[in-house]
Write a protein that binds this ligand. Structure first.
Ligand code: RB5
Length: 157
């Protein structure tokens, strides 16, 4: 990770379906010398994934972490919810190629994984690649910039 505001802290959040995978991913952060910020959920009781996407959005907005990991059953719901926030670029990754390109081309700051749709070995590899790959910039920076909302002047009647 080479972000300018790199805090070496990576936030994790999941719903009940994602809990086992989130717990299995935690050691990767330690292996890479990164600090986990575990935003829950912490039990198998049924919860709503948008609530945990919201906690992730807050943690990144407050600079309590520079990257995030989201896990739900498919990774779909929690990534849709997180991407409602303009400072979040959550990439739903199914393999390490997705993870690498989400960093190189899209400057994704959050990886979303599906606990019910991918094996743990592929998830571990994808996360490792995600955390170790830099944004390429250049033409990709222009495209990412086009996804960043600008302040719009109100329409003049
Ligand atoms: C929870 O049952 C499940 O719907 C959720 O984890 C996720 O897969 C939604 O996208």
């Amino acid at each position: 990770m080479t972000d300018k505001n790199d805090t070496k802290t990576v936030a994790l959040a999941c719903d009940h379906a994602g809990l086992p995978m989130k717990l299995a991913l935690l050691p990767v952060l330690e292996q890479l010398g990164l600090n986990p910020l575990d935003l829950g959920t912490h039990s198998g009781d049924s919860v709503d994934y948008p609530d945990f996407a919201e906690l992730m959005a807050q943690a990144l907005a407050d600079d309590r972490a520079s990257r995030g990991i989201l896990v739900c059953g498919t990774g779909i719901g929690i990534s849709i919810a997180a991407n409602r926030h303009s400072h979040i670029r959550a990439a739903l990754c199914h393999n390490s190629t997705d993870a690498r390109l989400s960093r190189q081309h899209n400057d994704a700051n959050v990886i979303a994984l599906g606990a019910r749709t991918m094996g743990i070995e592929v998830a571990l590899e994808s996360l490792t690649v995600f955390l170790q790959t830099d944004f390429e910039g250049g033409r990709h920076a222009r495209r990412v910039e086009k996804m960043t909302p600008t302040v719009r002047m109100p329409d003049v009647m």
